[in-house]
Design a protein around this ligand. Sequence first.
Ligand code: OAD
Length: 260
Amino acid sequence: MDFEGIIEKASNLLMDSNFTIGLTGAGISAESGIPTFRGKNGLWSKFKVEELATPEAFNRNPKLVWKWYKWRMEIIFNARPNAGHYALVELERLGILKCIVTQNVDGLHHLAGNKCVIELHGNIRRGRCIKCNYKVIFNEPPENIPPKCPKCFNLLRPDVVWFGEAIPKNELERAFNLFSKADLALVIGTSGIVQPAGYLPYIVKENGGLIIEINVEKSAITSIADIFIKDKASIALSKIVKYIKDKLTSKLYDASENEL
Ligand code: OAD
């Protein structure tokens, strides 16, 4: 099947689905200029997880961890949602996409305008006190690092999930519930190897549902994908939304013709 044929098939499956849930990863934000984690230019090829993204690393050297997060915050605060994010807003507005479960901490789905977004790995725009759990929203990266809690003056940490930490209970339960109800999972820009996020599409598959995957290369989810669209998220998603809108418009047109 050629590329247009694949887009058409994916679009029709999306229109026929009753409950589509999205799973996104770093790939959807790559075109906003935010680095991904794996692959030859990924963050984990240049930095060590155990020095920057674990609770032990933070206990050992909070300033070093904050320095890295401040650098990432600077990139993210300057980034804007791209056509891929906006296409997902359209799919939600059309009533096709019920919710997005994201592993991204950049907040770009919210910024684009999606209403239902579950952030499994937290949000880099927030800090959390290591003692009293008070949460702080940052409108820009903190000037002095490590920043202090305005309530109890202990250290703030980035409000993200680090390796070796559990996903927040509420987010995890909501994600599992949504994927248990879904008859279609739209998986975009994730290597699918970090758990439990990578397992979520498998729930849909086990329940007899469908998987559409968009990625520039194969992932740990591709083997269960019913449709694999090998392209950038912004291109594939924009084409899908265009196809669906054109089809809905022509249906409306046909209906009004019949009324005359
Ligand atoms: P990865 O860096 O592991 O994977 C990014 C995926 O996006 C890869 O499969 C790429 O092929 C794909 N990709 C890159 N550019 C793309 C584009 N323009 N369009 C579509 N796909 C593209 O990122 P995640 O799967 O999100 O966790 O990583 C999962 C978790 O591992 C992250 O949330 C983070 C990381 O360590 C924590 O920090 C806890």
